[in-house]
Design a protein. Structure first.
Length: 290
């Protein structure tokens, strides 16, 4: 490799880094299609956990024994075998049940942290994972402010697991299984504008029954899952320190540097090595008269 070819090679690396920066700082197209989301009214949830059973059945995952497992007696996180959980909270207004799952952020940190586009924000709203593209770096897990992506550490072929908002259903006009299974209409599926209208009307018509806030409207730039509550959200285990800035805005400078580290430095060292070997070959040719 001569110096001209080496410079071309490093130029390609730089271009790949720039494209990664564009992906990391990507904005939502205001003229694009409106994302789908889900509104959860915690005042209507009765803790039946039908959503957990429906999720497990639809996605061929763990199906909890809701009558006998006593799961509501302890706090649970989602895991690699269960994408949604319902927890019971002892609040200032009594017991409140809350369903948790991936929040499907409008500008997801997990997708912008993904170097291979395995984690992706789809055009209709759900954030999905493609195992054929994943390189196992788990940056998505580190970047998520809600700690939702989980990893199959015990599997010979590990996957990143999290709620996909039943993309296999919603992408063809269907409804998420958990929403379909709810007997009290505590979970509503629709476009965010419609869901926000429903939420605001409920707060307006029943001001004493709700905190005057919709969680997910602005948190971390806005999320696909929205929540109504009768008590302050911190009583329900929600993070209230996230701010309103989309998390990719915080990480785009870091992500711009990652390709340079992963690609630029090895490319530089390899190029220098090839150039050095070329110089050695020239010296040997001079010695042996070739």
């Amino acid at each position: 490799m001569d110096r001209r070819d080496f410079l071309k090679w490093t130029g390609v690396v730089g271009a790949s880094a720039i494209s990664s920066e564009a992906r990391a700082g990507g904005k939502i197209d205001p003229d694009g299609p409106e994302f789908y989301g889900v509104l959860v009214d915690t005042t209507r949830c009765i803790g039946c956990r039908s959503c957990e059973v429906a999720c497990g059945t639809e996605n061929s995952m763990r199906i909890p024994d809701v009558k006998n497992d006593g799961a509501l007696e302890k706090f649970r996180e989602t895991d690699e075998k269960q994408w949604t959980v319902v927890n019971k909270f002892d609040t200032s207004k009594g017991d409140v049940y809350v369903k948790r799952q991936c929040m499907h952020c409008w500008q997801p940190a997990c997708a912008s942290a993904c170097l291979t586009n395995a984690m992706k924000k789809t055009e209709i709203g759900p954030v999905t994972w493609n195992g054929d593209k994943c390189m196992g770096c788990r940056f998505c897990m580190l970047s998520c402010p809600f700690e939702m992506p989980k990893y199959e550490y015990d599997s010979w072929n590990p996957k990143v697991q999290k709620c996909s908002m039943c993309y296999q259903r919603t992408s063809v006009g269907g409804t998420p299984a958990c929403v379909e299974s709810c007997p009290t209409d505590a979970i509503i599926f629709g476009h965010k504008r419609e869901l926000m209208e429903i939420a605001r009307v409920r707060i307006y018509n029943h001001p004493d029954d709700y905190v005057h806030k919709v969680y997910g409207e602005y948190e971390a730039g806005g999320t696909g899952w929205l929540y109504l509550s009768a008590v302050p959200f911190e009583e329900l285990g929600f993070r209230t320190d996230l701010g309103t800035t989309p998390y990719p805005e915080f990480t785009k400078d870091f992500l711009y540097s990652v390709p340079l580290v992963l690609l630029g430095v090895p490319a530089l060292l390899s190029g220098l090595n090839l150039m050095a070997n070329g110089a050695e070959d020239e010296d040997e040719s001079e010695v042996y008269g070739e």
